[in-house]
Design a protein around this ligand. Structure first.
Ligand SMILES: Cc1cc2nc3c(=O)[nH]c(=O)nc-3n(C[C@H](O)[C@H](O)[C@H](O)COP(=O)(O)O)c2cc1C
Length: 405
């Protein structure tokens, strides 16, 4: 893989690549992993509306975002095999074209827990979004509002949940890092519930640390004084707004001893729907439902938890088989095209999450960037639906895709 990446870099820098223009850039970036290195040598878009795909924002965001923050965004763990697997999984399926269907009206709307959204594309929880643009989560909330998307807010958001809900103009969902103290978890959840959040996604894929190697390398190359903005090392997550007024002495962001009975304990403190985020196996999905989870988020944290794991799309068939339609399934990881969204829906996902792509939009142009990312992905999804003759999400079925030849 390193050889392949080196070849893509070589290709990107060569006059041949420049001659290929947009096609050349697209080849390098859509067929490979997200590029932690410098963007390819192509003209950067001058405004959000000029973007032709989400990758156009990646290059501008890379220019705008300071190195340490960029490294935090692009990083996988260890050698980043899982990060690459997330993307590669989509190439194992192709769309099955269907013709002579009346596709003059395409409806991408979706209902989740009684709320209607205009699209099955969900904005995943990503921490500390002011690291990428001064308006952070508020800009994202305004774009989500304009386009009618579900936004899930991270525990380590750089803006308090109340302000984000106000900017979204409707409830967002809350993502919970349980911390090592369940009283703290209960307080976080109650604050989110009081702010109007109807659902909480409990992230369970980081029970005991990880190795964000690429992030650490980028941080070394950043000569700015981090303590000018950040609290001292180790306390960073707890200086965020959701931890204000909570006792965080000795606290860890996750509990390494968490087991399935946590769902019941959470149920005792909240009426919110409870989803478990970070599942990759049918066994765990079955256990989550058996223990009362209202939904599953198939995720490997964007390749940021365990390395040499499977791509999330590859995990999906086992999970849909275990869940048997009893609860909604959201899948995230490596989704960069509308066709990716369609493939995940065809394999049984109810909705599909994006992480880095909307942050590329945010880092590049703030709210208009996030807005355009959503517009592009929705347009691509609609074209993919036209291609397979699906007029609404229910008509996207397993027969809409085939294994790649
Ligand atoms: C910079 C960054 C920060 C993230 N922060 C969180 C977080 O606070 N909580 C969480 O549950 N997941 C977090 N995630 C994981 C995302 O919710 C999501 O699972 C992942 O980004 C999807 O993969 P993608 O980036 O390839 O689209 C983060 C991911 C990234 C890249």
């Amino acid at each position: 893989m390193n050889t392949r990446r080196a070849f893509l870099r070589f290709l990107a820098a060569s006059p041949l690549y420049a001659g290929l223009g947009h096609l050349g850039r697209s080849f390098a970036q859509t067929s490979g992993p997200d590029s932690p290195g410098p963007p390819a040598d192509v003209a950067l878009i001058a405004r959000a509306g000029d973007a032709l795909d989400v990758f156009d924002f990646e290059a501008v965001a890379h220019r705008n975002i300071p190195p340490a923050h960029w490294g935090y965004l692009v990083s996988g763990v260890d050698g980043e095999d899982t990060l690459r697997a997330n993307r590669d999984a989509y190439s194992h399926y192709q769309l099955q074209a269907r013709r002579m269907v009346d596709v003059s009206r395409i409806d991408t709307s979706l209902e989740l827990f009684g709320t209607k959204f205009s699209s099955p594309i969900v904005l995943c929880p990503l921490g500390a979004q002011k690291a990428f643009h001064p308006e952070g989560e508020i800009a994202v909330a305004k774009a989500a509002k304009a386009r009618g998307h579900l936004q899930i807010l991270s525990t380590v958001t750089s803006t308090g949940v109340e302000d984000v809900v106000a900017a979204r103009g409707a409830p967002v969902w809350f993502q919970l890092y349980t911390t090592s103290n369940l009283d703290v978890a209960a307080k976080l959840v109650k604050r989110a519930e009081a702010a109007g959040c109807p659902a909480v996604a409990v992230t369970v894929d980081l029970p005991a640390g990880r190795n964000l190697e690429t992030a650490l390398r980028f941080a070394r190359a950043d000569t700015r004084t981090c303590t000018a903005c950040h609290a001292p090392t180790g306390s960073a997550p707890f200086s965020r707004p959701m931890f204000a007024q909570l006792d965080t002495a000795g606290l860890q962001i996750a509990s390494s001893s968490l087991t399935w009975d946590f769902i019941k304990r959470l149920r005792d403190v909240t009426k919110m729907k409870i989803l478990i985020k970070g599942l990759e196996s049918g066994q765990d999905a079955g256990l989550a439902v058996a223990h009362g989870a209202d939904g599953i988020v198939v995720s490997n944290h964007g390749g940021r938890a365990t390395d040499t794991g499977r791509g999330t799309l590859a995990c999906l068939p086992d999970i849909t088989a275990a869940v048997r339609g009893r609860v909604p399934i959201i899948l995230d990881g490596g989704v960069r095209r509308g066709t990716d969204v369609l493939k995940a829906l065809a394999l049984g996902a109810t909705a599909v999450g994006i992480g880095r792509p909307y942050i590329w939009g945010l880092g590049a142009y703030g709210q208009p960037g996030v807005d355009r990312v959503l517009e592009l992905l929705n347009k691509e999804l609609m074209l993919a639906m036209v291609g397979v003759g699906a007029r609404n999400l229910q008509e996207i079925t397993r027969a809409s895709i085939v294994p790649a030849a």
